[in-house]
Ligand binder design. Structure first.
Ligand code: PPE
Length: 313
């Protein structure tokens, strides 16, 4: 199994752009837009799932919108729409595009006006896009686990990148890492921090399991505080599985019984190999598999304890 082929996005009907519903083809950005030159802006990724009762629900909308607002605060860029308006925007986009399952991409960015790093008065533009996105690392990867490699590109030092913000321009780091390992035949890149500790994958948080105990890098390190990460920690603790949020080293990855990745796009994806070393028996382990089931139950509204994670549409 080689790495995933990436498919083009199929256009849907409508995109929400600055308060208006716009036909997909007309939702364009001018070349003079500040964000295109310097990447100053932030984005989110949110999934819409069909629930067991035949309706649809947005998974953990509130924390995603909060993180978008946090990102903009960190960037010191004004945010013209609040959580209520963006919730409404998501609802409108879903309604117009008539899909039961989809991926939502809210974004906020510095629009046209002045250029130069000091430009402070350009308008903030906001959009909510939506498209269909299947298993991010492939259906095979979900079932049998993916092959990962540690990238030679370290994650941003916490004083260099604003790691708690999902900043557009910062994704150059993730893309360098992903391309590097993809060209070597791996599915996903794992990034160390500048001190050599394991942080996360290119677009997913990372967990290891050894002797029934789970470990993941702490939010105080160079990781994006993933919303799937937070959900998964809750699910694990409900199952009486201990979870430590602490730094760990590269060799701990090599001797882990299980490794899995979490993210909105990737959900819970098992890792079966790291740097040519099989993880455990080289197949998804019991904790990863149980967690996958519990995660699916939660997103599909089959877990009564976590109905409050869902915003029905
Ligand atoms: N780390 C990074 C760097 C990251 O981009 C993501 C999400 C996560 C961790 C997990 O965060 P959360 O989704 O809140 O659990 N990456 C998004 C973008 C993927 C893309 O290719 O675009 C995602 O999973 O939606």
């Amino acid at each position: 199994m080689g790495p995933m082929a990436h498919q083009d996005i199929e256009p849907l009907e409508t995109i929400w752009h600055n308060g208006r519903l716009v036909p997909w083809k007309e939702a364009t950005v001018h070349l003079i837009a500040h964000v295109l030159h310097y990447g100053y802006g932030a984005f989110e990724g949110i999934r819409l799932y069909e629930t067991a009762d035949g309706r649809s629900a947005i998974f953990r909308l509130e924390p995603h919108l909060r993180r978008l607002a946090d990102s903009m605060k960190i960037l010191q860029v004004s945010m013209p729409y609040g959580a209520e308006e963006l919730t409404q925007a998501c609802r409108e986009v879903i309604q117009r595009n008539q899909r039961k399952e989809a991926y939502l991409r809210p974004m906020a960015y510095v629009g046209p006006g002045a250029l130069g790093f000091g430009a402070m008065d350009n308008p903030t533009h906001v959009a909510v896009l939506m498209w269909e996105w299947g298993a991010y690392l492939g259906a095979e990867g979900m079932k049998h686990g993916i092959r990962a490699k540690i990238s030679s590109f370290p994650r941003h030092h916490i004083g260099v990148g604003m790691v708690k913000a999902k900043v557009i321009g910062q994704y150059v780091n993730a893309i360098l890492a992903k391309r590097e390992v993809q060209l070597l035949g791996f599915d996903e890149a794992i990034l160390l921090d500048v001190d050599g500790y394991v942080t996360e994958a290119s677009g997913q948080n990372l967990f290891i399991v050894r002797d029934g105990a789970v470990k993941t890098a702490p939010c105080s390190s160079s990781i994006l505080p993933g919303i799937t990460r937070a959900s998964v920690i809750e699910l694990l603790r409900e199952d009486q599985i201990p979870v430590a949020e602490e730094r760990f080293t590269r060799d701990e990855l090599y001797i882990a019984d299980e490794v899995f990745l979490t993210g909105t796009a990737s959900e819970v994806t098992p890792v079966r190999e790291v740097d040519h070393r099989p993880v455990g028996k080289g197949e998804p382990g019991p904790i990863s598999q149980r967690l996958q089931e519990r995660y699916v139950a939660a997103v599909r509204g089959r877990d009564p304890k976590h109905r409050d994670w869902l915003t029905y549409v």
